[in-house]
Write a protein that binds this ligand. Structure first.
Ligand code: SF4
Length: 614
């Protein structure tokens, strides 16, 4: 007798990852749907269920009367082992349908270190891992999300990428496959139709070539269905954007166990390392009325007691005070609290925060990113030490005793003096606390400073910059760690440089890295985003087996005139703007925020789209 999935769940930890049937999960009869879409999140259930994009697209697809969308997450290692042993293919949560039975398999690409999970999920789902091996009856494999803006390292595995906002393009892609199924045309014909959709990139219709020094010479269309440049999609009117007011509510603890209310999309602060800040432009806000309505419905449909006012820079939302006050007035009596995930130290909306904390006090997180003003200007962070100390002083005077400060090591032009600045800021933060009269301040100061490793990302002014070599990363991390030893109330922790090194390769890599990815997966790499499963040795072997160099991808300064692997993708952020910003950063010059005047990033060519340059 074959083993059932339920029997399997008795053998693994956290079986709720695989049960489905959550409140608000959409159950539609699989056989009645004209087109079926498996929405795959290449990481575990608890990460997937915390992702707003998945909730939005899941809701949009299931609102289509002729379509069905079901969720599929990356199993944890114990479940993978049991499924392989019992030959149970990867299945969806709603109907436990095997992945290969869906018409479309869609992946969201949030993090380069989740790429091996994509190959593992395809293989476990009995879908040929390489596009070139897929037959007519195999699912069409699509992908979207921030990593799709450099789709090349995944070009052998994804049939079509959706570039930019997904709200409209995912419906167009689903309708195209539905029509193609009806007509029974060839698989290539399906891909050609997808390639003609705005914002869709079908990598099979492009050919790459390289210069003798290994740099990319060109990537050109080889089929007339394929445009030479693919423009990102922009969903313009946020008040019309789908808001997931009745998302599935997990039975288990997940990373973000709360309502995520997207108050605006985009940010125009222009931090030069920040990819999201460039890719999600222009800034588009939802109205306060719309948000209050969405919040009310979400609380009613989920029972959650916390609402996160989500965006890249929530304190920049034009009506943040009014929104926080109205939501707290309306929902406070139901003990629903608000949180502001992305606070800027220079825009510390004191009144707003007091409002949000009327129900429950949450810890404060700020990201100065660099320890000195010189380096903060280089990265165009736009915050001063004075901003930070004023903000912390206010926070400590109003009862906070815990603060997290985020930094990066390895930023372009960084010196040891900048790194010493991190410990100096921690010291000054402690002084700001002790400056508050004892009776007024909360007991037990905790200052946590954590530093990630700089990773160059496409479509940023730092896309040409190398990452520090591992030995230099370690030297810097050790140096800062030592500076924190004498600090009793402040702690310093940092990211694993090896993971960041492989991440850098895939962030700025070309399509030759698809071979490395496949080899790494063959060697057993997966769940790379989890330290206990990351196998650096196997990754280095994969590069060696493919005759490619990690140094070439992660630690090389790129020429400003070099053809970059993502030059055929247009995010409406011009290369000349990015180059200008890069050159300004090397001179330590800052750029104003767009609300003070347009900086000509490229979007201004799309008349009337950017509220900041009206
Ligand atoms: S078009 Fe101008 S105002 Fe708008 S995001 Fe770009 S630089 Fe900023």
């Amino acid at each position: 007798m074959p083993v059932t999935i339920d029997e399997l769940l008795t053998r693994v930890e956290k079986p709720a990852r695989y049960t489905g049937s959550e409140m608000n999960a959409v159950q539609k009869p699989f056989s009645e749907a004209e087109v079926t879409f498996a929405f795959c999140f290449p990481d575990t259930y608890e990460v997937a269920m915390s992702h707003l994009g998945m909730k939005i697209l899941y809701g949009i697809l299931n609102d289509l009367p002729y379509a069905l969308c079901e969720r599929v997450c990356m199993p944890w290692a114990d479940m993978l082992r049991e499924m392989k042993k019992e030959q149970i293919p990867l299945f969806s949560l709603e109907s436990r349908t095997a992945l290969h039975q869906f018409d479309i398999v869609g992946f969201t690409l949030q993090y380069e270190m989740s790429f091996t999970n994509i190959l593992e999920m395809l293989s476990l789902g009995k879908v040929p891992v390489k596009s070139a091996l897929r037959q007519k009856d195999d699912p069409i494999v699509v992908a979207g999300g921030p990593c799709a803006f450099n789709p090349e390292p995944l070009c052998q595995f994804i049939d079509a990428f959706m570039i930019g906002d997904g709200e409209e393009s995912i419906i167009e892609v689903t309708d195209t496959v539905r029509q193609w199924k009806k007509e029974g045309a060839s698989r290539t014909e399906c891909l050609r139709r997808l390639a003609k959709l705005e914002g869709v990139y079908a990598p099979a219709f492009y050919q790459d070539s390289y210069n003798p020094d290994g740099t990319l010479q060109s990537l050109v269309p080889i089929d007339d269905a394929a445009p030479s440049v693919v423009h990102k999609r922009i969903f313009t009117d946020m008040d019309k954007a789908y808001c997931p007011t009745h998302p599935p509510v997990p039975y288990m603890q997940v990373v973000f166990d709360r309502i995520m209310l997207e108050i605006m999309r985009g940010c125009t602060r222009g931090c030069r390392f920040c990819q999201a800040g460039m890719l999600y432009r222009p800034v588009r806000e939802r109205s306060v009325d719309n948000l209050c309505d969405m919040a009310r419905q979400s609380v009613e449909n989920t029972g959650y007691e916390e609402i996160s006012l989500s965006s890249l820079s929530s304190s920049d939302y034009s009506n943040i005070n009014e929104l926080a006050t109205r939501l707290t007035d309306e929902l406070g009596s139901q003990r629903v609290s608000l949180s502001l995930p992305s606070l800027r130290v220079d825009k510390f909306v004191q009144d707003t925060l007091s409002q949000t904390q009327r129900v429950k006090k949450s810890s404060l997180t700020f990201a100065p990113e660099a320890g000195t003003q010189r380096l903060r200007d280089v990265i165009n962070k736009g915050v001063t030490e004075e901003d930070l100390m004023n903000t912390l002083g206010h926070a400590f005077a109003n009862g906070w005793n815990g603060v997290k400060l985020y930094f990066m090591t390895g930023l372009p032009t960084e010196t040891d003096e900048d790194l010493c600045g991190i410990a100096e800021l921690a010291k000054k933060a402690a002084s700001a606390y002790y400056a508050i009269p004892k009776p007024q301040r909360a007991k037990g100061l905790r200052i946590t400073c954590s530093a990630s490793v700089f990773v160059p990302k496409p479509f940023t002014p730092f896309q040409w910059c190398p990452q520090d070599k591992p030995e230099e990363v370690k030297r810097k991390q050790r140096m800062v760690k030592d500076l924190f030893v004498p600090l009793k109330t402040a702690h310093f922790n940092y990211h694993d440089s090896a993971v960041s090194r492989i991440e850098a390769c895939f962030a700025v890599g070309d399509r030759r890295l698809a071979n490395v990815l496949y080899r790494a997966w063959e060697l057993g790499c997966m769940l790379d985003g989890w330290n206990e499963y990351f196998r650096y040795d196997l990754w280095l072997q994969a590069f060696e087996d493919c005759g490619l160099s990690v140094d070439f991808y992660a630690h090389r300064q790129r020429g400003l005139d070099e053809t970059l692997p993502w030059d055929h993708i247009d995010a409406y952020i011009s290369k000349s703007f990015l180059r200008r910003e890069y050159e300004k950063s090397m001179r330590g010059e800052t750029t104003r925020v767009c609300r003070e005047g347009c900086n000509g990033c490229g979007l201004q060519t799309l008349k009337g789209l950017c509220m900041a340059c009206e």
